[in-house]
Design a protein around this ligand. Structure first.
Ligand code: FAD
Length: 468
C-alpha cells in the first residue's frame, strides 16, 4: 500500500506530492486528465503573489505582510480567515527557494502586466514550465503518477481516509491529500448555483471557463455529501470579463481584456454600470466577470479610444474599430442614441487631472453615477475600439473548511490522515474577490502543508505500530 495518495495534478497536488516524498513517504498521484492536459488551471498561470520586506530576486522594493493582508482584506470585504490568510502570506515569502530547488525559474514582471513588479513573482515560461518542472522533479524523486484517473469518491472510516475510488477501482493509502480543483468546469453545477435571474435567464449558460475542463467538482461534491465541513458561497468565484470570442474551456490568459480601467464599459442597454477606475486593475479584474454576469444577456462592451493603445496588454484578437463613437455603436448593435448619451454624460463629467496609470490618479468624474474614480479621460480620439465581454470563470470558492494543518474536518473534528489543498479549500481565504497571484500563493502554501502533514500522519501511525 502506498503511504500518501495525492488526488489532482495541478500546483497544489504537486507541491503536496513533492513535500510528502521529500519527507520519505511513498507517493501516488492521480491526475484526471490525460498526460497532455495535465496540470489543471495551474498550467495557465503566470505568477504568485509574494510578501517580501526588501528587494528579493526579481521582486522590487518591498511588499510587507501588513500591506498584503490589507489588500486581501479589501478585496474579500473581510470574508477571509485572518489566521489562514496570514499563514499564506508568510509562506509566500519563503517558498521560492524550495520552488527553485524543484526546477521553477522566475523572471521579471512582464511589461504590460500593470503594477505587479513589486508584488508578484513571474514564472519563467509561465505555469506550463512550472508544471513540467514539478512533474519532472516528482518523477525523479520516485513519485508514481497515473493519468486518466478521476477519483469520484472516498471510502472513509468515520473521518479517516481508507481508500479512493476511480470508477470501480479501489486505491488504498495510509494518508491522502485532495487537490482536485473547484467545480468551475461543471456547467450544470454553476447553473444550479446561479439559478435564474429576474429576466428568466440562466446566467451560467453564458459563462466561459478560462481553464481546464477537468475540474468538475465531483470529489468536492461527494465530500460535502459525506459530511465534510464546507466553506464558501457556491456563486462566489474568481470571474474575469473575458473576450466573448473565447472557447468554452482553456482559453487561458490570452482571452483577457485588460483595458477596462482605460475606458468605459457599457451593457447591452448601452449604459455604464460600475466604476471602471475603482482601483488598480490587478485588484479589480476578477470582479468584472461577476459584474458582467449580472447584466442582461451576460454581455458587456469595453470601449476605449486611441489614447489607450499601448497602455495595456493587447488582446490576441483585434477589437471592433470605428472612426466615430456613433459608428462603433452601430457595429456593436447597440442603441445609438442611448450609447451617445452615455458617452456624452461620461465625457462631460471627466475632470481635468494628471493622468497616471501607475498611480491612483486624480482623473475622476464629477456628478456621474456610477462614478469613474481614477483614470477618467474623455473618449474623444479616433479610432475607437470595443471588445465584447462575457463572464470567464477562473475558479470557484466553495470548498472544504480547514485550519492551519490543512486537515479535512467533519463536524469540526479534523481528520488525522485526510488533507486538502488548493482551489478545493481556497474559499477559507477567499470568501469573495481576488488579488492577482494569490491563488498560487494559497495552493503552494497549503499544498506544501498538506503534503508534510500527510507524511507526518503516515509516520506517526507507523510509530504507533512500532510502539505497540
Ligand atoms: C487562465 C488562468 C490564469 C490564471 N493565472 C493565475 C496566476 O497568474 N496566478 C495565480 O495565483 N493564479 C492564477 N490562476 C488561478 C490558479 O490557476 C489556481 O488558483 C491554482 O492553479 C489552483 O491550483 P490547484 O492545484 O488547486 O488546481 P488545478 O491547477 O486546477 O489542479 C486541479 C487538478 O485536479 C485534477 N482533477 C480534477 N478532478 C479530479 C478528480 N476527480 N480526480 C483526479 N484529479 C482531478 C485536474 O485535472 C487538475 O490537474 C489562473 C487560472 C486560470 C484559469
Amino acid at each position: 500500500m502506498v503511504d500518501v495518495l495525492v488526488i489532482g495534478g495541478g500546483n497544489a497536488a504537486l507541491c503536496a506530492a513533492l513535500m510528502a516524498r521529500e519527507a520519505g513517504a511513498s507517493v501516488l498521484l492521480l491526475e484526471a486528465s490525460p498526460r497532455e492536459w495535465r496540470g489543471g488551471n495551474s498550467t495557465h498561470t503566470r505568477n504568485l503573489r509574494c510578501m517580501h520586506d526588501a528587494p528579493q530576486g526579481t521582486l522590487v522594493d518591498a511588499y510587507p505582510e501588513e500591506e498584503f493582508w490589507q489588500d486581501l482584506l479589501k478585496v474579500t470585504g473581510g470574508i477571509t480567515d485572518e489566521k489562514l490568510a496570514r499563514l499564506v502570506i508568510r509562506a509566500s515569502s519563503t517558498c521560492r527557494p524550495w520552488m527553485e530547488k524543484h526546477g521553477v525559474r522566475f523572471q521579471p514582471s512582464l511589461s504590460g502586466a500593470l503594477h505587479t513588479a513589486r508584488t508578484n513573482a513571474f514564472f519563467m515560461g509561465g505555469g506550463k514550465a512550472l508544471r513540467n518542472a514539478y512533474y519532472r522533479s516528482a518523477e525523479k524523486l520516485g513519485v508514481q503518477i497515473r493519468y486518466d484517473t478521476a477519483v469520484d469518491r472516498l471510502e472513509l472510516d468515520d473521518c479517516r481516509f481508507v481508500a479512493a475510488y476511480a470508477g470501480a477501482e479501489r486505491i488504498e493509502a495510509r494518508a491522502c491529500v485532495m487537490a482536485a480543483g473547484g467545480f468551475e468546469s461543471n456547467i450544470d453545477w454553476l447553473r444550479e448555483a446561479w439559478g435564474q435571474n429576474e429576466l428568466g435567464e440562466y446566467p451560467a449558460d453564458n459563462f466561459l471557463i478560462r481553464g481546464t475542463r477537468f475540474n468538475q467538482g465531483v470529489l468536492l461534491k461527494s465530500m460535502i455529501e459525506a459530511g465534510a465541513d464546507s466553506i464558501g458561497d457556491p456563486t462566489q468565484a474568481h470571474m474575469v470579463a473575458i473576450d466573448a470570442r473565447a472557447p468554452l474551456y482553456d482559453g487561458g490568459i490570452c482571452t483577457r481584456i485588460d483595458c477596462v480601467s482605460l475606458g468605459v464599459v457599457v451593457n447591452s442597454a448601452a449604459k455604464r454600470f460600475y466604476d471602471e477606475g475603482e482601483d488598480f486593475w490587478p485588484k479589480r479584474y476578477a470582479i468584472w466577470g461577476r459584474l458582467v454576469a449580472q447584466q442582461a444577456g451576460q454581455v458587456a462592451y469595453s470601449i476605449i479610444d486611441a489614447k489607450a493603445i499601448g497602455r495595456f496588454m493587447p488582446p490576441v484578437f483585434p477589437g471592433t474599430k470605428a472612426d466615430s463613437l456613433e459608428e462603433l455603436a452601430g457595429k456593436l448593435g447597440l442603441d445609438k442614441q442611448v450609447f451617445m448619451q452615455t458617452l456624452h454624460d461620461y465625457n462631460s463629467a471627466c475632470q481635468v487631472g494628471h493622468f497616471d496609470h501607475t498611480a491612483l490618479d486624480d482623473c475622476h468624474t464629477a456628478g456621474l453615477a456610477p462614478a469613474k474614480t481614477h483614470w477618467a479621460k474623455p473618449l474623444d480620439t479616433a479610432p475607437y475600439y470595443a471588445y465584447a465581454l462575457q463572464p470567464g470563470v477562473t475558479f470557484t470558492y466553495l470548498g472544504l473548511k480547514v485550519d492551519e494543518t490543512a486537515a479535512v474536518r467533519f463536524g469540526g473534528c479534523p481528520s488525522d490522515n485526510l488533507f486538502v489543498a488548493g482551489e478545493m479549500m481556497a474559499g477559507n481565504v477567499l470568501g469573495k474577490g481576488y488579488t492577482a497571484g494569490v491563488g498560487m500563493s494559497i495552493g503552494t502554501a497549503f499544498g506544501r502543508i498538506a503534503g508534510r502533514q500527510a507524511a507526518a500522519a503516515v509516520f506517526k501511525k507507523m510509530d504507533k505500530y512500532a510502539a505497540a
